[in-house]
Ligand binder design. Structure first.
Ligand SMILES: Nc1nc2c(ncn2[C@@H]2O[C@H](COP(=O)(O)OP(=O)(O)OP(=O)(O)O)[C@@H](O)[C@H]2O)c(=O)[nH]1
Ligand SMILES: [Mg+2]
Ligand SMILES: [Zn+2]
Length: 346
């Protein structure tokens, strides 16, 4: 019945129901606003649901139970991890202010500008897995995001139990680990199938606010579940191709027994780099950047220019082909600097 024209009466009725709903929401927010005792408390946003948020009071060593909160208008964006002031009356809350963020994890929005995904993060846990295979560049994309926002990044290589299944998977485990360790990143291997394979991750989370990011299906929610067995989370099955299916749809903050906070985020297949220019992509590729410092031309794209330091490094095998390919793929997405200095030598 799609596209069916509504009768005037039906259209009128739908409009009326919508108007009533909006008015009810406004009345509710006003009621909470009037009922609140002046005392605002400090809280943290656990998760967002459309026009409302779950907020937990920050108590001495723990968080209070999440309270369903309305948002005072003009607050701007309110995301998981935001520190807020909120008031409670009759079990319902109202967020009255949002504190300025320290670090924020954002991605370019399809509607222009950035979409903030989580706030006040100390540490980004970039999760890759032996299955689904990390796309050529999923981990690299997040490393760039971490570098540009100044958030410390750790690579988490999950599902290492699969390495026992075949020689190829075992090699992959070695190779992936080596690539990122050689670049100076900490690599933590994990598996949800054995408690001892979570010990290193558990220790790394203690006392800090960390966010799990990475492509869908790598096991971010499974890791939270394994670390917090008494919480119920939605964990997804992989499809036939071994790809994830975007099971988690909203970021959510969990408290760890060790005192840290852990944010589970939805998997992102394409963490867009469209707002970056090519030079910024290089921050995620210090190995390519080092070689590029020897290029003859300042605006060298390291494709087929004469005197290219990157090609020299490839010839000498001091730079791996895998890294070069990943760099080219990401650089192709990024835009060129606004005023390129054409053909000028250094
Ligand atoms: N063998 C094995 N399977 C795992 C492990 N961790 C997670 N899985 C499986 O991987 C699948 C996907 O896990 P999820 O936790 O839903 O993945 P996710 O990263 O949260 O995915 P999104 O929410 O879509 O971003 C599930 O079928 C898990 O059981 C692991 O350590 N070993
Ligand atoms: Mg998930
Ligand atoms: Zn070059």
């Amino acid at each position: 019945m799609a596209g069916r024209k509504l009768t005037r009466q039906q259209a009128f009725r739908i409009k009326k129901v919508q108007a009533e709903r909006i008015e009810r929401a406004q009345r509710k927010a006003e009621r909470v606003e009037h009922a609140v005792d002046e005392e605002a408390q400090a809280g943290v946003v656990i998760t967002r649901h459309g026009a409302t948020a779950e907020v937990a009071a920050i108590e001495q060593d723990a968080l209070g139970d999440p309270v369903h909160c309305h948002l005072r208008s003009n607050l701007g964006e309110v995301v998981c991890g935001d520190r807020v002031s909120f008031c409670v009356a009759d079990g319902e809350g109202l967020v009255t202010a949002v504190e300025p963020r320290t670090r924020r994890l954002a991605r370019p929005s399809p509607f222009g500008g950035d979409k903030v995904m989580a706030a006040n993060i100390d540490q980004l846990l970039i999760v890759g897995a032996l299955m689904p295979l990390p796309g050529p560049d999923t981990i690299d994309r997040f490393l760039i995001a971490a570098e540009l926002t100044g958030i410390e990044a750790v690579v988490v290589l999950n599902k290492i139990d699969l390495a026992a299944r075949s020689e190829e998977l075992d090699e992959l485990r070695q190779d992936l680990g080596d690539v990122y360790r050689e670049l100076g990143h900490r690599v933590i291997e994990t598996s949800i199938t054995r408690a001892e394979d979570l010990a290193e991750l558990r220790a790394a989370l203690s006392g800090r606010t960390s966010a799990l990011v990475g492509q869908s299906g790598v096991g971010k929610s499974s890791l939270v579940q394994a670390l917090l067995p008494d919480q119920y989370l939605r964990v997804g099955a992989l499809d036939e191709r071994g790809q994830g299916k975007h099971t988690t749809s909203q970021g959510r903050l969990y408290t760890l027994p060790s005192g840290g906070w852990l944010i589970d985020s939805p998997g992102i297949r394409a963490f867009g780099l469209s707002d970056l220019h090519r030079d910024q992509v290089l921050v995620g590729f210090p190995d390519v950047a080092e070689a590029a410092s020897l290029c003859k031309f300042r605006d060298c794209k390291h494709e087929s220019e004469p005197g290219c330091g990157v090609h020299a490094a490839l010839d000498e095998e001091t730079l791996s082909e895998l890294r070069y390919d990943n760099y080219l793929a990401l650089a192709a997405e990024a835009v060129a600097p606004k005023h390129p200095r054409k053909g000028r030598e250094r």
